[in-house]
Design a protein around this ligand. Structure first.
Ligand code: NAP
Length: 312
């Protein structure tokens, strides 16, 4: 990295420090490109908020999400990557090097690897925003502890909902999974574990229509989608795991993306702008696994390396 005033010039700038970003940094560092990673708001990405990751190869007994992120970071740094606690706000792709404006100033980047990941989707029901932090949460690893011996509701029917519901049973006296259908999207192993767990109950074909506001969470309003019957449900906590949307707002109008905001890449992780690559959930509505994001990060860095080599 070369510095001129408040402007830093790098060959490879990586936005985001999840599995995709840190894997890209590892590969770019080993290609001696001295990559800089801007961590974004969440060091380690969403994976760092996961209590235990059991499907990343090499860890037969599973590994903590934060611990895995820390190992990724150490390995990338070992080979020369620099990890900065900084967040990008604006990008200018009109000329190379690209300009990236961050909290701390400005970067000029010969190539950019976007690995900004995705964020939790909200239910968008009355009371949800007001009660966030007062009983409503999107992160079991962060907030599960606050619900020791309390009644908790988890909403969603995917892997996240069931996995996090199982995690919350460590603390809560009971966990009720409210899901809008009868069938679950989650994998068979998680479904079996959740169904067999003595603390977990299910309320199916039901949606939450309102989170009743107050000093603390006490009541949810529900509706059975089959019968239309409305009811109330007493709970101390509500954990919402109904999927994710990509963190790609900054690239709207600049990179081609799908209607849902996933950036379009080809099989080489290339975008419509030569020298700009995307890896991980910012471009992946299908797999969203630590291993697939890490693989995309490696591929993006290999391609960025080839691009820079071709220019020399
Ligand atoms: P997901 O698979 O998209 O599931 C979202 C769930 O929320 C679905 O059951 C959906 O219901 C429900 N939902 C969506 N919008 C809703 C709304 N407005 N109101 C009520 N319910 C709503 O999301 P995810 O569970 O976060 O998983 C995302 C990806 O990460 C998946 O590919 C998953 O396999 C992966 N993941 C894997 C693991 C693992 O391998 N251990 C762990 C976590 C996540 P419907 O089913 O009716 O659509």
């Amino acid at each position: 990295m070369s510095t001129k005033g408040n402007e830093k010039h790098v060959k490879v700038l990586v936005l985001g420090s999840g599995p995709a970003g840190l894997s890209a940094a590892l590969y770019a560092a080993r290609a001696e490109l001295s990559p800089v990673v801007l961590t974004g708001m969440q060091l380690g990405g969403q994976a760092a908020l996961t209590h235990s990751i059991e499907n990343y190869p090499g860890f037969p007994k599973g590994v903590g999400g934060a611990e895995l992120g820390d190992l990724f970071q150490k390995q990338a740094e070992h080979f020369g990557a620099k990890v900065e606690f900084d967040t990008a706000h604006e990008v200018d792709f009109s000329q190379r090097p690209f300009t990236v404006t961050t909290d701390s100033g400005e970067y000029k980047a010969d190539t950019l690897i976007v690995s900004t990941g995705a964020s939790s989707i909200h239910l968008n029901v009355p009371g949800e925003v007001e009660m966030t932090g007062r009983g409503v949460s999107y992160c079991a690893t962060c907030d599960g502890w606050f619900f020791k011996d309390k009644k908790v509701v988890v909403v969603g029917g995917g892997d996240s909902a069931l996995e996090e519901a199982l995690f919350i049973t460590r603390y809560a006296s009971s966990v009720t999974i409210i899901h809008r259908r009868e069938e679950f999207r989650a994998g068979a192993i998680l479904q079996k574990r959740a169904k067999e767990h003595p603390k977990i109950k299910f309320v199916l074909s039901t949606v939450i229509t309102e989170v009743v506001t107050g000093d603390k969470l006490e009541i949810l309003k529900l509706k059975n989608v089959k019968t239309g019957e409305q009811s109330t449900f007493e709970t101390d906590g509500l954990f919402i795991f109904i999927g994710h949307s990509p963190n790609t707002e900054m690239f709207k109008g600049k990179l081609e993306m799908s209607d849902l905001g996933y950036i379009k890449v080809n099989d080489k992780m290339e975008t419509n702008i030569p020298g700009v690559y995307v890896a991980g959930e910012a471009a992946d509505p299908h797999f969203r696994q630590v291993i697939t994001s890490a693989g995309m990060g490696a591929a993006a860095a290999i391609q960025a390396t080839r691009f820079l080599e071709a220019e020399e």
